[in-house]
Design a protein around this ligand. Structure first.
Ligand code: DX5
Ligand code: ZN
Length: 210
């Protein structure tokens, strides 16, 4: 299964070296952008991501946990090939989806937000991004309520022959990734699970899930 690595659990003083070491292990790098308002935590922004852009050719995915994605998505389009914003941050995503050009677009859903909130937008996005923990921190427990949302969206995407992929973020390890895969997810993002032990071996096992 396609697997992204979130740098949230990394040692931020050694990010460049660690990204180099991963090589082509992860399928993409997931950047958790938190503004201290949409979520009770603050991470990093364009200067750090732009610096890391020189280290690896892997796709960067910006996960915008910010109150104003309509303004801030532009800050990331230079370095991030995929930009994901939260549906909870907007009343109406139509204008933003229309404006976002030149990047792959994704909409994220918090665990408490029903899948129905994004069904209408599936034809216009590349990724339906399902959170399996409340956003803000790595190392939280996987909420299995996401599995039902995955199956529901999988059915719609297949029935309508849409190109939208389903990615799951939060509490991912080999076991929870297998559950997501079984329910119909295309991709997962992991952070704390990959932060100890043999990262490349763990990535290979996640990627081998069929
Ligand atoms: C949480 C972030 C996740 C987080 C995942 O707000 O969006 O990407 O880094 O961390 P783990 O894999 O430890 O749950
Ligand atoms: Zn994330």
């Amino acid at each position: 299964m396609e697997t992204g690595l979130s740098i949230l659990s990394n040692d931020f003083s050694r990010l460049g070296d660690e990204l180099k070491k991963y090589g082509r292990g992860p399928d993409f790098i997931h950047m958790d952008i938190m503004d201290g308002s949409f979520v009770p935590n603050l991470t990093f922004g364009p200067p750090l991501i732009d610096s890391l852009r020189k280290i690896t050719a892997l796709l960067f995915e910006a996960h915008l946990m910010v109150v104003n994605p309509a303004e801030q998505w532009k800050w990331y389009k230079k370095s991030c090939g995929r930009i994901i914003f939260h549906i909870e941050a907007l009343r109406e995503p139509q204008a933003l989806l229309k404006e976002m050009k030149g990047v792959k677009k994704g909409i994220a859903l918090n665990p408490a937000t029903p899948a129905a909130r994004i069904e209408k937008w599936l034809p216009y996005i590349e990724t339906a991004f399902l959170m399996s923990v409340p956003p803000g921190f790595s190392g939280q427990k996987f909420d299995s309520g996401v599995l039902e949302k995955i199956s529901r969206l999988r059915k719609i995407i297949d029935r309508k022959k849409l190109k939208c992929r389903i990615c799951v973020d939060g509490g991912i390890n080999l076991e929870t990734a297998a559950l997501c895969r079984g329910a119909g997810a295309d991709s997962v993002v992991a952070s704390s699970y990959l932060s100890g032990g043999n990262i490349l071996k763990k990535l290979a096992a996640l990627k081998a899930l069929r």
